[in-house]
Design a protein around this ligand. Structure first.
Ligand code: GDP
Ligand code: MN
Length: 412
């Protein structure tokens, strides 16, 4: 779950990190009046920040400083009425504006290659940190952190020192690093970014922004804790689910046995039923590489029932404009090939698909494959065996799609 800046800052504050005084302005009547009052309470000047679930707000004009209460009111009204990257602000965060001297970057995330957590502290903080990282002309201190060992204050001090801090700031930043790590671990975060970590002209270090993501797999144990901190748990989606995705999710619920669902819709015309995890991604990538356009991503595995596969097939081939179907997996050890074949064929036939005109390509080797191949032979469906790669099957599927006359709009 991705947190809004104001939610992340609640957690940071709880963990003892320095966060400025703030108020939230929720959408509704008379934003300007409420903003004026809030500005008086906080003390001028104030900074107004739109709350959307993505970064780059500064560059898009979503961060504004107001010198007077009147200006705060006008700015708040204008920000709330605007869109940023196609998103309406969920609310506005008003904070006492900082008199920033220098901006640092502090981030903790997972390094998938090194298989460890990684903390990065840099003097190149602010809205251009990505460009600075590419140019490599600023100091970026990287520190790998073992999940169990964590980071000790003496190590945090070394990081802060390497990033250029000394004197009183060195101790402040050392404390910020260890607390940021504690917070990251305690909340099962997969990302915690404080950018900028601002050093003010009066010599204070303040978390001026916060971007935090909690691992969805850990939500079961973080939900109640989040609520207790005033953060409403929600399901993250960049867009609402499509009808096809909702129907796919329903299919998976028919029966607890096996997976036949996790459907994500795309705007192409190549229907896919593909095998779990890495193999399905590999097939999906191969389709793209050969110039095909997938209509969907989905997963099957763990021996789903014939009924589930049949229903999944129906959901996929019902999509308007679908041109063909690929059923491509790695060698299945925990899923019966004959059941997959049976389910897909049942689904195709019940959907009224004309197998003469609608290409279907199988590459589903594995347990019970002899029975599976017999069924496929019976219906004249082209299949690849384990002696041919998933990649070849994907290539062949794209070729079949391209060979369809009239763009492959008809399936009957
Ligand atoms: P982002 O662009 O979405 O990452 O939003 P940030 O919260 O990081 O704000 C972007 C930039 O606005 C920061 O890098 C700062 O330069 C500036 N900014 C944010 N808050 C303040 C503030 O209180 N005072 C001043 N002077 N600048 C701020
Ligand atoms: Mn930022």
């Amino acid at each position: 779950m991705r947190l809004y800046e104001f939610e992340g800052k609640k957690l940071l504050k709880e963990a003892g990190l320095p966060v400025g005084a703030s108020e939230i302005l929720v959408p509704g009547d008379d934003i300007p009046a409420r903003a004026r009052e809030a500005a008086e309470r906080i003390g001028l000047p104030v900074v107004l920040k739109v709350q959307i679930l993505r970064g780059g707000r500064g560059k898009a004009g979503g961060i504004k400083v107001a010198a007077s209460a009147l200006e705060a009111g006008e700015t708040a009204g204008a920000l709330m009425d605007s869109e940023f990257y196609g998103m309406k602000p969920a609310c506005l965060l008003m904070e006492k504006a900082l008199d920033i001297d220098r901006e640092y970057y502090l981030g903790i995330t997972i390094d998938e290659i090194e298989k460890e957590n990684v903390l990065i502290l840099s003097e190149a903080g602010g809205v251009d940190v990505e460009e600075a990282a590419k140019r490599k002309d600023a100091r970026f201190v990287r520190w790998g952190i073992n999940q169990i060992e964590g980071i000790f204050p003496f190590q945090a001090k070394e990081v802060a020192s390497k990033a250029g801090f000394d004197g009183k700031l060195l101790n402040q930043v050392t404390g910020i690093i260890t607390r940021a790590w504690d917070s990251y671990r305690e909340w099962d975060a997969q990302l915690l970014e404080i950018n900028p970590l601002a050093v003010t002209k009066s010599g204070d270090v303040v978390a001026a922004d916060c971007r935090m993501e909690i691992d969805d797999e850990a939500m079961f144990r973080q939900k109640d804790r989040l609520l207790a901190c005033g953060v409403e748990p929600r399901e993250d989606r960049s867009r609402p689910p499509t009808r096809l995705e909702l129907e796919g999710a329903e299919v998976d619920k028919i029966d607890h046995r096996g997976v036949a669902g996790r459907v994500v819709e795309f705007d192409g015309d190549i229907g896919l039923i593909i095998g779990g995890g890495g193999a399905s991604l590999t097939v999906f990538d191969a389709i793209l590489r050969y110039g095909g356009k997938p209509a969907n991503y989905c997963e099957i595995g763990g021996n789903p029932t014939v009924k589930k596969i049949k229903k999944l097939t129906e959901v996929i081939v019902k999509k308007p404009g679908i041109a063909c179907l690929g059923v491509i997996t790695n060698v299945l050890s925990n899923t019966r090939v004959d059941l997959v074949a049976r389910g897909v064929i049942n689904g195709l036939l019940d959907s009224g698909v004309d197998l003469e005109k609608f290409p279907v390509v199988f590459r589903v080797p594995g347990s019970w494959e002899d029975d599976g191949f017999r069924i496929l032979d019976k219906y004249g469906i082209r299949y690849f065996t384990r002696h041919d790669t998933m990649d070849n099957a994907a290539k062949y599927l794209v070729e079949m799609r391209n060979s369809i006359k009239g763009g492959g709009k008809s399936k009957t």
